[in-house]
Design a protein around this ligand. Structure first.
Ligand SMILES: NC(=O)c1ccc[n+]([C@@H]2O[C@H](COP(=O)([O-])OP(=O)(O)OC[C@H]3O[C@@H](n4cnc5c(N)ncnc54)[C@H](OP(=O)(O)O)[C@@H]3O)[C@@H](O)[C@H]2O)c1
Length: 366
């Protein structure tokens, strides 16, 4: 049998999309570039800040001069540094006057660690602003847009908002709910086993999948495992295969005194209170790395935003291996929990499946 061809690119599904893009496809002020493409460029610029901007959102900005030529770009600097639009506007200088600013997130209108960005946009003489998504932070929440309009600037909102909402999903979620976005990740054999009966589970998936997990850790403010996984695997949960910051390590239950996961936060209160606590600390994304009982507990409480399963091309067989999800499970097929696949792609020799446990196949929420 021939090899399965690798898909050429990710299936574009707008995984965290919350808004519909209604932007006109052409913009006379962007030198023939579509507004959506201008925003796509800003999204590309923002990627550089993904691991360094937090606790701030990783925003991107592009400045076009009055003739529609790109003259500067900027991404959010590390906390305490300049916001993306200020970086881009300072680089553009006088060339920004009469021009257009494309920025992924609504410019801030309040004094935080830095002065409000709306003031910088107005002072730069920008004539038009394209915004990807409104900032749900209660200190902004439309006020930035209002201030720009009041200054006579033409503002277009929801430009490529699906794309931007995807990129900023952890930030938008934390500001809307007060809790971090919860990604639960597991590695399984094709028949859904996550550990052998003797407890061993390293390694089920290949190197490329493991590298991706390290990147997900670096992108997460905190990473969580159950005490069972600490006792069996003694994981470090640090970022090693890629360059990036280590997340806060959290254990549900107690970690043995000599566990390699230390120093860590040991949490024996409810998972809800943990999410509230992390949200109050400004944590935007929590990565849960198992095991089966921990993930079952979070799913039962409806606390998982995405379940990400790396499926290896291997079979465990039998019924005694650890399952993907613990707990009591369904007793009849009518009790299945229905969700939706939001992304499926190949990673090395493994498959990565991203599942939304809250939205059914027809888009209905439950
Ligand atoms: N393939 C994979 O991706 C993967 C990932 C992780 C783990 N694993 C494997 O899975 C196995 C371990 O999984 P598991 O399901 O047995 O254990 P687990 O989910 O890691 O941990 C369960 C334990 O966590 C503690 N806990 C859970 N919820 C709690 C809560 N709300 N409050 C306080 N404590 C709570 C309890 O500890 P106490 O018992 O101390 O009360 C509970 O027994 C290992 O064999 C490991 O190799 C596989």
């Amino acid at each position: 049998m021939g090899r399965v061809p690798r898909p050429r690119r990710r299936i574009p599904v707008g995984a965290f999309a919350t808004m519909t893009d209604t932007t006109p496809r052409t913009d006379p002020h962007l030198g023939g570039v579509h507004a959506v493409d201008a925003m796509a460029r800003a999204v590309g610029v923002a990627r550089a800040a993904r691991l360094t901007a937090r606790p701030n959102p990783w925003v991107g900005a592009v400045v076009f001069d009055a003739a529609g030529t790109v003259v500067a770009e900027g991404a959010t600097e590390p906390a305490g540094g300049r916001h993306a639009e200020v970086v881009a506007l300072e680089a553009a200088g006088e060339r920004a006057r009469g021009g257009t600013l494309a920025v992924t997130l609504e410019p801030c209108s309040h004094h935080g660690r830095t002065p409000p960005c709306t003031g910088a946009v107005i002072a730069a003489g920008i004539a038009r602003v394209l915004i990807g998504v409104e900032d749900p932070d209660p200190r902004v929440s439309g006020e930035g847009i209002r201030q720009l309009r009041e200054a006579g600037i033409e503002v277009t909102t929801d430009v490529a908002s699906d794309m931007v909402s995807d990129q900023l999903a952890p930030y938008l979620h934390q500001r809307r709910t007060g809790r971090p976005l919860v990604l639960a990740k597991m590695a399984a054999t094709l028949d859904g086993r996550t550990a052998a009966p003797d407890g061993t589970s390293n390694w089920i998936t290949g190197e490329e999948a493991r590298r991706e997990v390290h990147l997900m850790r670096a992108e997460s403010d905190a990473v969580l495992v159950g005490a069972g996984t600490v006792r069996t695997d003694d994981p470090q949960l640090t970022v090693r295969s890629v360059e990036g910051p280590d997340p806060l390590r959290v254990v549900l239950g107690a970690a043995p005194a000599e566990a390699r996961v230390r120093p860590c936060l040991e949490w024996s209160d409810s998972p809800e209170s943990l999410l509230d606590h992390l949200g109050e600390q400004g944590h935007l994304q929590l990565l849960v790395e198992g095991g089966a009982e921990t993930i079952a507990g979070l799913l039962d409480r409806d606390l998982v935003d995405r379940l990400i399963v790396y499926i290896a091309p291997s079979l465990h067989g039998g019924t005694s291996g650890r399952p993907l999800i613990g707990g009591s499970g369904a007793t009849t097929i009518a009790g299945l929990r229905h969700g939706r696949f939001v992304d499926v792609r190949r990673v090395g020799e493994d498959l990565r499946v991203e599942f939304d446990p809250r939205t059914g196949p027809n888009g209905e929420e439950h």
